[in-house]
Design a protein around this ligand. Structure first.
Ligand code: ZN
Length: 316
């Protein structure tokens, strides 16, 4: 099974497909929700492009990371959104830019109605809280993402620089987004307990695979903290089965039972997801499959939960 790092690399290669699509891209989609259709807001997409004005970081916390050789532009994305009735998208700073969120800041400035953005700051820099304040207050970001993984290089998640960063997040009233796996859930939980009023979003079900119920139990334990939300994205990467990933669906159902639809949100993770799922199929997975969802739960997961965390101000 591919590791997350493999998937990141593969996502770069597969973004070729979206580069081709960008040639057909029309102007930005202007509408919100088509009449009679559910409001759909994607909680997780990346944009990047090879442009000397926005150099890629030379080294990242992902040692096998290679810089993108293709582009994933906001214009490509807007065309895909329009074609699939996705009204809005939350853009997540891509690791290729490391801690420099300038490219995404400029995208947000260019398309303020369509996107909200989550920045990254260096969790080992004591100035990270001030950097976060700058990105939020001056550049329009709505939140930050940290990525603690298992090995010792990520021990900062237990260190003295985390509480000030989480504190700042709370003061700025923006969500803390966490990309992690089961190995760091206990560390994350200690911070959640310290900051019960802070909205925390755990990405991609912590990439827990459906054949690891003991790991899932560690994620389900977060249900007792009312401000913790979970993205049910990465159904494709955690599954051992073909589309529509029945094993992952069972896991989503467990999360639904524990968290309720009000704290679950969908997301494509486009273009990282491209080797497995074209954008339209990624949308269809959450919109048309998941037959255990009531219509109200489906609408909640497709659009309403995202707006509780990132309020775009849309009704539907
Ligand atoms: Zn992603």
């Amino acid at each position: 099974m591919a590791t997350r790092r493999d998937l990141l690399k593969a996502g770069m290669a597969a973004a070729l497909g979206s580069a081709a699509l960008s040639r057909q891209a029309s102007a930005a989609s202007e509408g919100a929700t088509p009449a009679g259709k559910p409001l759909i807001i994607d909680s997780h997409v990346h944009v990047f492009e090879r442009n000397p004005a926005y150099p890629f970081g030379s080294a990242t916390t992902f040692p096998t990371f290679v810089p993108p050789t293709v582009d994933a532009t906001p214009e490509t994305l807007l065309a895909l959104m329009k074609a699939n009735d996705v009204a809005r998208t939350v853009l997540i700073q891509h690791i290729c830019y490391k801690w420099d969120n300038s490219y995404l800041a400029d995208v947000l400035k260019r398309y303020p109605a369509h996107f909200k953005g989550v920045c990254r700051v260096n969790p080992e820099d004591p100035a990270a809280p001030d950097h976060l304040s700058m990105w939020v207050q001056e550049k329009g970001f709505n939140g930050v993402r940290i990525s603690p993984f298992e090995d010792a290089r990520f021990d900062w998640i237990r260190g003295p620089l985390m509480p000030p960063l989480w504190q700042r997040c709370q003061a700025l009233k923006v969500p803390m987004t966490v990309l992690t796996d089961h190995s760091r859930l206990q560390d994350v939980m200690r911070l959640v307990e310290k900051f019960p009023d802070l909205t925390v979003v755990i990405d991609h079900m912590a990439d827990i695979r459906p054949d690891h119920p003991e790991q899932l139990a560690a994620l389900l334990a977060f249900a007792r903290y009312p401000k913790v939300f979970v993205k049910i994205s990465h159904m494709w990467s955690i599954s051992d089965q073909p589309y529509p990933y029945r094993d992952s669906q069972d896991q989503v159902k467990r999360l639904l039972d524990a968290f309720g639809a009000r704290r679950l949100m969908w997301g494509t993770d486009h273009p990282v997801s491209l080797p497995n799922l074209p954008y339209e199929k990624s949308v269809a997975l959450f919109r048309d499959q998941l037959s255990f969802l009531s219509e109200a739960d489906r609408q909640q997961i497709l659009g309403k939960t995202v707006q509780e965390v990132w309020p775009f101000g849309l009704t539907g």
